[in-house]
Design a binder for this molecule. Structure first.
Ligand code: GLU
Length: 271
């Protein structure tokens, strides 16, 4: 009897080891039936709360829904900020982050990234008639941006003599601009367009200067989960090939939107 129970215990232990070796993020998501997506909730037009419906909407939300559909699961959303998105992916409280996030080699030390799914670059948002035309004009001036963003570092590289004030998100940085506490807000041009054109008086503000950086967006994924990463990459390529990407893009950046921006790049498509 004792021998038998030892054997049963051994078989159970082996089965447990085998299943944990096999279990990966992709399987975990499929078993759960839900993809937990970290998205912005105050970054127009990537992830924000629609004033009328009170629902979370945006380009990143639509992309998450498409990936979830491809995986055969439902998408659920958790809000992230520029500072929290990487730790949340690393800790596993979200399965992925689709949050206006640039993939950078330095960031890849903590998490992994998908292929590029959006392209942008950094500019400045200023009060119309401020006289500020580029980063050179920010010498000795205060600039607002979001904590944990690439924008924080890029602006200092472009203008080492400015003072960067980092806020939780871009709406807070824009509020500081409206209150005259900073002379410019700096981040990716589309996010600046989102701030400007969803403001009550868009004509009071202008986006100025050349791009001071390249900001290719990737989906933040947990480190060393290659099945999951492959599935997300295949879903993104499928999104592009099927023509659905252009539909989503046009919904947020097309000529009939407040954030019109022509699509000038192509997704990397593996044959
Ligand atoms: N794309 C930049 C970044 O990943 C700025 C936008 C953001 O903060 O989400 O940091």
């Amino acid at each position: 009897m004792r021998k038998l129970s030892i054997m049963v215990a051994m078989v159970l232990a082996i089965a447990l080891c085998a299943s944990s070796a096999l279990a990966d993020k992709l399987q975990e998501v499929k078993d759960r039936g839900v993809l937990i997506c970290g998205v912005k909730d105050a970054a127009v037009p990537f992830g924000f709360v629609d004033e009328d419906t009170k629902k979370l909407v945006g380009m990143d939300i639509d992309i998450c829904k498409y990936i979830a559909k491809k995986l055969g699961v439902k998408a659920e959303f958790k809000p992230v900020t520029s500072a929290t998105r990487i730790p949340m992916v690393a800790q596993g409280s979200i399965d992925l982050a689709a949050a206006s996030m640039t993939h950078k080699i330095a960031r890849d030390e903590t998490i992994d990234f998908s292929i590029t799914y959006f392209m942008d670059g950094q500019k400045l948002l200023v009060k119309k008639g401020s006289g500020i035309k580029s980063a050179a004009d920010l010498k000795g001036k205060k600039v607002g941006t979001a904590k944990g963003s690439t924008s924080e570092q890029n602006i200092l590289a472009a203008q080492p003599d400015c003072k960067v004030l980092s806020f939780e998100g871009y709406p807070q940085a824009f509020l500081a601009l409206k209150q005259g506490k900073v002379k410019a807000v700096t981040t990716d041009s589309t996010l600046l367009l989102g701030l400007k054109n969803s403001a009550p008086n868009p004509d009071n503000w202008e986006i100025v200067g050349e791009f001071i950086s390249a900001e290719p967006y990737g989906i933040g994924l947990p480190e060393n989960e290659s099945n999951f990463r492959d599935a997300v990459n295949v879903a993104l390529m499928d999104l592009w090939r099927s023509g659905e990407y252009k539909k989503i893009y046009n919904k947020w950046f097309g000529p009939d939107t407040k954030y019109n921006l022509p699509l000038t790049w192509q997704m990397e498509l593996w044959p």
